[in-house]
Design a binder for this molecule. Sequence first.
Ligand code: NDP
Length: 228
Amino acid sequence: MKTAFVTGGSRGIGKAISLKLGSSFNVAVGYASSKDLAEDTVKEITASGGNAMSVHIDVTDASLVDKAFTSIEQQYDGVDVLINNAGITKDNILPRLKDTDWDDVINTNLSGAFRSSQRSIKNMLKKKWGRIVFISSIVGITGNQGQANYAASKAGLIGLSRSISKEMGSRNITANVVAPGYIDTDMTSFLSNDEKNNIIEQLSIKRIGTPEDIANIVSFLCSDESEY
Ligand code: NDP
């Protein structure tokens, strides 16, 4: 059985992706600080008959990224599917955006995905098969007030993914981006009901997206059906 590694698999979208992939892959559920939640996700997968492990990863630290992949390699036969899902926001309008707000968001969302992707490629090249999925955001395409750092990080993932797909396509390794709009998770829990209703008014389907909506498309992009 192939193995999928979901960074930020402890909560929200990453958790839904981990659960969905649990029926087809061994799943390594990555967490930075939410160990208990990651272990709950593992229990849910194993209770449904799947194989899963929790693994600590801080995508901002190359040595911890390497350590996470090494511990997955000790349990399973390397990472075949990487879901670059870990992400943070540190919102402010440009005049008030601190250097650290910029650096932290770019370092986690963009450089973190680069580190994990680079580390994952070794095994995928050896197996001549791989799937990398980046969880970007609609604001990486449209921009957003108060989110220059976040939007830049998410736009960067699109260039990173397209470049990997050009470098690796001939070796059966695909790279794809999913760019969700507002999804109901901890990250968007600060929105008031009025704000949520304003968002819903602009949507074609009149509800806020769920983590499972994203997990469904990610699951397809990781499958054999998504080879081209
Ligand atoms: P949550 O805030 O619910 O979860 C974020 C996840 O990222 C957690 O599992 C967290 O781990 C992990 N994480 C944070 N920092 C690090 C780090 N340094 N190293 C490793 N893992 C880390 O977010 P969502 O589920 O809402 O978002 C998941 C992804 O989807 C993000 O990339 C986000 O930008 C993107 N997205 C979200 C949208 C939304 O509306 N919710 C819309 C578009 C995109 P832990 O809990 O262990 O600290």
